[in-house]
Design a protein. Structure first.
Length: 150
């Protein structure tokens, strides 16, 4: 089995689908963002260094399923990369951003949608497969990826 790397925006299901896919394949699972200290790694390390460390961690894994952090728009060179394509509404809610808060001049939903639009071409360029996740269960997504990987 080749290493499978999952990429996508926050809330696209990389961690949950990755764990389910690893179970299906009988492989190890690695959540790179968790290993780096969560999404704050970019704040603490800077984008370039956080991405370098993420790719280094992922590259060190062999025959595993890897959930890449959302800021990493590609996986390790020798991996099969799957882009988990999520809608703005679904990923916004799943990421925990869908809570009530103060109303201000900035609309978090519109910023989220903008992030998805801006990152989409980068994720697509870095992926071998694109799997839409909206309205599907984690088990269904993992099974679909398993089938597509053949």
């Amino acid at each position: 089995m080749a290493t499978v790397a999952l990429i996508g925006v926050p809330g696209s299901g990389k961690s949950a689908v990755g764990a389910a896919l690893a179970d299906l394949l009988g492989a190890e699972f690695l959540d790179v963002a968790e290993q780096l200290g969560g999404e704050n790694a970019v704040v603490q390390l800077g984008m370039a260094e956080a991405t370098r460390r993420a790719l280094d961690l992922a590259t060190a894994q062999q025959d595993a399923v890897i959930a890449m952090p959302s800021w990493a728009t590609r996986g390790p060179d020798e991996s099969r990369v799957v882009y988990l394509l999520s809608t703005a509404g679904e990923s916004f809610a799943r990421s925990g951003m869908n809570r009530a808060g103060p109303v201000g001049l900035i609309n978090p939903r519109s910023l989220w949608a903008q992030m998805l639009r801006e990152r989409d071409p980068e994720y697509r360029a870095g992926a071998e497969l694109v799997v839409e996740v909206a309205g599907k269960t984690v088990a269904d997504i993992a099974a679909e990826i398993d089938t597509l990987l053949g």
